[in-house]
Design a protein around this ligand. Structure first.
Ligand code: PMP
Length: 438
């Protein structure tokens, strides 16, 4: 393949390696070099690459029917996938809206919330509350709720009103003499104050990743935090939208990360691991009452995309989810995740520049610091996260870099999200290569 490229993606200056094949947790480039996919791309490839059952299901579907527009038809495969998702969803989440990815899922959820309040006669509820250091996607609505100012600033005005509150970020947010529970309650109190300031009747929804992912290196919630938020939202009639595009679909060891928090959201977004990278697909799971309200009101959700419910995408996702169930892979996520955590702590826990190692299931983040004693970040201009990613690629290891914001507030992080099928030996190789890269 020639060195010039007309493909216009993220990297403008330097052409990345050309990926040509994948098998299991390995990817291979055109030069014949192999890489361990320790990040599942961006927490996508939960079954790894080239899974024969998924490929066979996609072949069967494409031979039969690739595409039928949803204004004319539903398909058997979309119905089956929806049944599977509703059958394993948190209580009351009786409806599924399919889209083609994470940003589309978030965008659809935001609009569902808006339409719901219009239909119940509360159109003055226009405000979203979200968290700093969060990521919800790159379309304008999703970007607006996302909590990274540097991503947003050049795209203002952002069309919707969003106020941001503190994320649950124990490593940097919890006071030395504060219990995790007390820290969680302090965050809930901050949200309560923000709601009061905005006027409870003006707030539509609180939007949060159940386990923070793509900006500040896997932020796990403290006990009671989401329960406190759920209570607060209920008290004020505010919807709770949990974004599990990255942390959901088994990544943290339960199908939905919110199961571990004991809360049920009103709207839940999933994507990445839903189709495992075999096809672009995402979904919004919705409480029955929200869909019923729209059904009995205008009768229509005022939204839509050409490819929603795409038959081959649904076939891929159905196969991915059936393999996860059949092969008991959530148990494997928990077991292999515990092993990965212990190896990371053993090999890197004392590293002078590893400030924090945190995560759940097979979803782990490392926070890199210049000085561990005072948790001081590296200079953002060093772009340490990006340099570590490059060093890891040299070692044949894919890790997902995050951080390095202009104001330095996000620091340097790398994310590990290996496929659920990773063996202990492969986990060992991941940690060894990561240590060498560091
Ligand atoms: N929400 C979260 C929590 C994400 O991590 C991402 C992607 N990293 C998105 C939304 C956007 O998904 P997509 O890139 O598929 O549009």
């Amino acid at each position: 393949m020639s060195q010039s490229t007309h493909v216009f993606h993220r990297q403008l200056a330097k052409r990345p390696p050309v990926a040509v094949s994948g098998q299991g947790i390995w990817l291979r480039d055109a030069e014949g070099r192999s890489y361990i996919d320790a990040s599942g791309g961006a927490a996508v490839s939960c079954l790894g690459h080239g899974h024969p059952d998924v490929i066979a299901a996609m072949h069967r579907q494409i031979d039969q029917l690739a595409y039928a527009h949803t204004s004319f038809f539903t398909t058997e495969v979309a119905e089956q996938l929806a049944d599977l998702l509703v059958g394993s969803a948190p209580a009351g989440m009786s409806h599924v809206y399919f889209v083609s990815g994470g940003s589309e899922a978030v965008e659809a959820a935001l609009k569902m919330a808006r339409q719901y309040f219009v239909e119940i006669g509360q159109p003055q509820r226009r405000h979203f509350i979200a968290r700093r250091q969060s990521y919800h996607g790159n379309t304008l609505g999703a970007l607006a709720v996302g909590g990274n100012e540097w991503r947003r600033e050049q795209f203002r005005p952002l069309l919707i009103d969003v106020t941001h509150v503190s994320p649950c970020y124990e490593y940097r947010g919890r006071l030395p003499d504060e219990t995790p529970e007390a820290y969680g309650q302090r965050l809930v109190a901050e949200l309560a104050r923000t709601i009061e300031e905005l006027g409870p009747d003006n707030v539509m929804a609180f939007v949060a990743e159940t386990v923070g992912g793509a900006t500040a290196g896997v932020l796990t919630p403290v006990p009671g935090y989401f329960k406190g938020i759920r209570d607060l939202c209920d008290r004020h009639g505010i919807l709770l939208i949990l974004d599990e595009v990255m942390c959901g679909m088994g990544r943290t060891g339960t199908l939905h990360a919110c199961e571990q928090e004991g809360v049920v959201p009103d709207l839940l977004t999933v994507a990445k691991g839903l189709g495992g990278g075999y096809q672009p697909i995402g979904a919004v799971l919705a409480q029955g009452r929200i869909v019923e309200t729209m059904r009995q009101g205008s009768g229509l959700f005022q939204h839509g995309h050409t490819y929603l419910g795409h038959a081959v995408a649904c076939a891929a996702a159905l196969a991915v989810q059936q393999v996860i169930q059949r092969d008991h892979l959530l148990t494997q996520v928990r077991d292999r995740g515990a092993y990965l955590a212990s190896r990371l702590r053993h090999e890197l826990g004392d590293h002078p520049h590893v400030g924090d190692i945190r995560g759940r299931g097979l979803f782990w983040g490392l926070e890199l610091v210049q000085d561990r004693a005072i948790r001081q970040w590296f200079e953002p201009s060093l772009k340490l996260h990006a340099r570590l990613k490059s060093a890891a690629m040299e070692e044949g290891l894919m890790i997902y870099p995050m951080g390095g914001t202009v104001d330095g507030r996000c620091g340097d992080h790398v994310l590990l999200a290996p496929p659920f099928i990773s063996s202990e030996g492969e986990v060992d190789q991941i940690v060894t290569r990561l240590r060498r890269s560091l």
